[in-house]
Each structure stands twice: as C-alpha cells, then as structure tokens.
Write a protein that binds this ligand. Structure first.
Ligand code: GRF
Length: 198
C-alpha cells in the first residue's frame, strides 16, 4: 500500500502532531511524515519531530505577526516540494497562508480548529462557545483558504458543554476530540491516496 507523504506545520505544543505521528508509527494510518516545519525556533512541535526521527525545519517567518513574509512562503513551498509532501497538515500553525502556498497545494492543505465551524473562528474558540451559552461545541477539520479558519469543511466532531465547564476543562475535552478526529481524517486521505496509486 502506497503511503501518503505528509508535512506537518505548527507553531506550538504539537499535541496533534504527536497524535498523528503515533498513529503512523503504530501502522493505523498509511501515511509517512516527511517533514515537520515550524515558524517558532524553540517550538515543542520540533522536539516531537526529533523524538519520532522525522525531518524538521525552522522557517524564519519575516517581519509580520500573522502571516509569512512573501519570500518565506516561497521558501515553504520549496521545502514542501523537496520533501515530496502530498498533503500539508496544519496543527496549531498560527499564520494565515497566502497565494504561493495555496496555489502550489490546491485542496491539499488542511487545518483543525477547536469549534464547530463556521461558528467561532479565531482565537480561543472554546471561550467564545462558552460565552455564547452554547450547549455543544467541538472541532472541525477543513481545507484552508486565505481567510482565518475558513474553507470547505471536511469533518467535525461534537463535544458537549457541561454546566460546570470552565474554559480549561472544555478546552481539554476538545483537544481529546481533536486528537481522535485529525488522525482519522488523515487516515481517510491515506486510503484515497493508496487507492488512486494502486
Ligand atoms: C489545536 O487545539 C488546534 O485546534 C488549533 O491549535 C491547537 C494546536 O495545539 N488550531 P497543538 O500544538 O496541536 O497541541
């Protein structure tokens, strides 16, 4: 079975990255992590890549706070191409991507967000859901476009909001759901890839 070559991009903790790499290692997902890339030099996600012996790279983001400088995006495309990535997995990557990357990987870049999109895009989505008095929230895997937490939805998982939930307790349960949903979606992409490369 031909394994799906993926790249993982993140800026922080890397718990989703770890969940994906564990499921690849255990053979549950027929994918192959070619590279982990971060815009933060000392991000734990890069340590996780090293722990799993996956190639990893720091990408210097340039002068902006919420996006990559144009030449950094071009550099990112180069790294992804050299790694042979077929699917680009955003896992806590805190910058919005633009034309160079989006055009190089059309419908091949996915993200996970901690709400039931289209509700509550943006930061601390679990706090937004609590403040809005929702009884259910969750997480969403979606294709990305050049707007924040926008783009075609691939899969969602619901998480109940309990009466005594704090932002922390709710966030923790959403993250558990994320670590199930994201590998499951990547598993489905892997099966489609294997089927079309038989
Ligand atoms: C996740 O909760 C995801 O929803 C959001 O960023 C967070 C990244 O967490 N996009 P981690 O780095 O995977 O632990």
């Amino acid at each position: 079975m031909k394994r799906l070559p993926i790249a993982i991009l993140g800026s922080g903790k890397g718990s989703n990255c770890r969940a994906i790499l564990e499921r690849i290692r255990s053979g549950d997902i027929a994918a192959e992590a070619r590279v982990v890339i971060s815009d933060v030099l000392d991000a734990p996600i890069l340590d996780i890549a090293r722990e799993f012996s996956v190639a990893n790279a720091y990408l210097s983001p340039g002068q902006f706070r919420t996006r990559l400088q144009f030449n950094a995006e071009e550099q990112l495309v180069e790294i992804l191409r050299q790694a042979g990535a077929h699917l680009v997995v955003l896992a806590g990557f805190m910058r919005v991507l633009h034309a160079p990357v989006l055009e190089a990987f059309p419908r091949r870049i996915i993200n996970i967000h901690p709400s039931l999109l289209p509700k509550f895009p943006g930061l601390e989505a679990w706090k937004q859901a609590l403040a809005a008095g929702e009884t259910v929230t969750g997480c969403t895997v979606h294709y990305i476009d050049d707007k924040i937490d926008h783009g075609q939805i691939i899969a969602r998982r619901e998480v109940a909001i309990l009466p005594d939930d704090t932002p922390e307790s709710l966030h923790a349960r959403i993250q558990i759901a994320e670590r199930e949903l994201y590998p499951a979606v990547i598993g489905e992409f892997s099966e489609e890839y294997a089927a079309s490369n038989r």
